[in-house]
Structures are given as structure tokens and as C-alpha cells.
Design a binder for this molecule. Structure first.
Ligand code: SAM
Length: 295
């Protein structure tokens, strides 16, 4: 095992985001082979290591001691030790400590090797069915409502999918602010408890999300990735007269979601845009169809 480990190297190792089997064979080799594992929470990492029968020295590297720990780890690397960095879940440095440590040891000339694996944002995107090619990973929004709304206002014009992380105790206020600042018509994908027992991926219009969360207390539990469709570009914002007529007709005979689904299948147009139009028609807020209206 030692053969695959280079002395004086920092390995940045991704670990599971729930299901303990979501770890690569290489990650296990590295964790078993290094001299020390730097972990965000040593208890969480001990649980993972015990599961794989790996006994190893651990040291804590979290957001409150990262700078100090970085210098300590740099001197271990200088002494020829191999060190692995892990977060509590997923990829270190992604909405988690790691960036300061990696920057510090790089600046001191030590090799840094990524060992890729799970990441909640990519996991959510992969199961979302979102077909737009671009996304912007934003991670956590600020905890305070004022800062959160200000930052959201800056994101309003981005045409790509917006990716957020959110904790259960803030999910309702976060989603309300998303709807208030970015408009109720965007498509929201709520990816909850990915890879865990109560995993769910729910897709709805942003304006329907609060009702969904309130319909069942379980919907508000666990860890969340939110994927929000981007601002519509001018071209995308155009629905042909024919598509609008099809949607109107379908809405007379089907529930909204089903009408949108069928209209999207018939027309090949984005569900998001069709949702937006369908909601406007349903609310009666739009006497006349305004296909270029932005959310
Ligand atoms: N480093 C991690 C990664 O690579 O995804 C992210 C860590 S960040 C501190 C924790 C946040 O990631 C959670 O609040 C949640 O938004 C998201 N997350 C982590 N695990 C998740 C899961 N199993 N299902 C849904 N979201 C998850």
C-alpha cells in the first residue's frame, strides 16, 4: 500500500455524502497508506475509517484552526510525512475547510494530489434532468436575510442553473427569499438527503415550493441541494403561438403539472417556461399571453 503514497505529499480525498459505500478504491488506499489524516471532525472520520477497518492517526482541521493547522501540516510534509485531508462529507474545500490548507502547502512547494469522489452539488445535478449546459455553484447563501437578498439580487440575471446548499433550519426562509427576489416561475429542484435512506428529488415551480415544504414536516428534514433554473434569455423566452395554444388547451383538460409535461413533450420547449406561462394563466394574472415576460 505504501507504494502508492509519495512522501511529503498532501492528498485531498473526497469521502461519501451519506452512503458509506460511495468512496473510491483509490481513496481507501490513500487513507490506509498515509501517515496522518487531517479531518474536519475527527469523530465523523473515525466512523468512516472504522467501517473500512483503517486505523490511523487523526488531527483536526476545521474552519477555526485551519491557518494554524496548515503550518503544522506543512512542517509534517517537510519532514517527509504523507497527509490526507478529508471533510465530514464530500469533497474538501467545497463549502468546507481545505482551501487555506491547500494554498499554504502549495505556496511552500509541497505537492498536492486530488483524490476525487462524492460531491453533493454534482450528485444533485446528475439526477435532476436539467439539460442546460452551464451551472453556477454558489454554495451557501448568507444566514442573514438582508445579505441573502442582496446576494440573490446580484444573481438575478444569470442565465445558467444556480446551485445552492442549504441546511434544514434555514430552508424555508431561503426558499421564500429565492421566490421573492428571483420570481415564482423559475423551476426549482429540491435534492434532499442524497444517497441516504430518505433521499428525494422533487421538482416544482419556485412558487409552489413553500407549499411542498409545508405539506409534510419530513420534507423540511435533512440536507438540501437546491437547483434553480436561470434567468430566461431573450430567445428562450419566446413560445410560439402554436405552443401557447397547445398549453391553453391542455390546461382545460389536465392538472397544471401534467399539462406542462405534455406541452413540453409536444413542443420540445423548456418546462420552466411552460410552467411560468401555465402559472400565469392559472392565476389569471395574465389576460394576454406575454411570452417574453421574465421572472
Ligand atoms: N463538501 C461537501 C460537498 O462536496 O458536497 C459539502 C459540505 S457542506 C458543509 C454541507 C452541505 O452540502 C449541506 O448543508 C447540504 O446543503 C449539502 N449536502 C451534503 N450532503 C448532502 C446530501 N447527502 N444530500 C443533500 N445535500 C447534501
Amino acid at each position: 500500500m505504501k507504494d502508492i503514497i509519495a512522501a511529503g505529499t498532501l492528498y485531498v480525498v473526497a469521502t461519501p455524502i451519506g452512503n458509506l459505500r460511495d468512496i473510491t478504491l483509490r481513496a481507501l488506499d490513500i487513507l490506509a497508506g498515509v501517515d496522518i489524516i487531517a479531518a474536519e471532525d475527527t469523530r465523523t472520520t473515525r466512523h468512516l475509517l472504522t467501517h473500512y477497518a483503517i486505523a490511523k492517526n487523526l488531527m483536526a482541521v476545521h474552519r477555526h484552526n485551519e491557518s494554524m493547522a496548515a503550518h503544522k501540516i506543512a512542517s509534517l510534509l517537510s519532514g517527509g510525512k504523507a497527509v490526507a485531508l478529508v471533510a465530514d462529507a464530500g469533497t474538501p474545500g467545497i463549502s468546507d475547510p481545505g482551501g487555506i490548507l491547500v494554498k499554504t502547502v502549495r505556496e511552500q512547494g509541497h505537492p498536492v494530489v486530488p483524490v476525487p469522489g462524492a460531491n453533493a452539488a454534482i450528485c444533485a445535478l446528475s439526477a435532476s434532468g436539467i439539460t442546460t449546459p452551464h451551472f453556477l455553484f454558489y454554495g451557501f447563501l448568507p444566514a442573514s436575510a438582508g445579505s441573502r437578498r442582496r446576494e440573490l439580487a446580484e444573481l438575478k440575471q444569470y442565465p445558467c442553473t444556480l446551485v445552492f446548499y442549504e441546511a434544514p433550519h434555514r430552508i424555508l426562509e431561503c426558499v421564500s427569499d429565492l421566490a421573492e427576489v428571483l420570481g415564482v416561475h423559475r423551476q426549482l429542484t429540491i435534492a434532499r438527503e442524497l444517497t441516504k435512506l430518505f433521499e428525494s428529488v422533487h421538482i416544482c415551480a419556485l412558487g409552489e415550493a413553500i407549499d411542498w415544504f409545508q405539506a409534510d414536516p419530513d420534507h423540511r428534514k435533512g440536507e438540501f441541494v437546491l437547483l434553480l433554473s436561470g434567468a430566461e434569455t431573450r430567445d428562450e423566452g419566446k413560445l410560439s403561438d402554436q405552443t401557447q395554444s397547445v398549453l391553453k388547451l391542455l390546461l382545460q383538460h389536465l392538472p397544471l403539472k401534467q399539462a406542462v409535461k405534455v406541452a413540453a413533450e409536444i413542443s420540445g420547449q423548456s418546462k420552466n417556461m411552460l410552467y411560468s406561462l401555465a402559472l400565469s394563466l392559472k392565476d389569471g394574472t395574465e389576460d394576454e399571453i406575454r411570452p417574453n415576460s421574465k421572472s
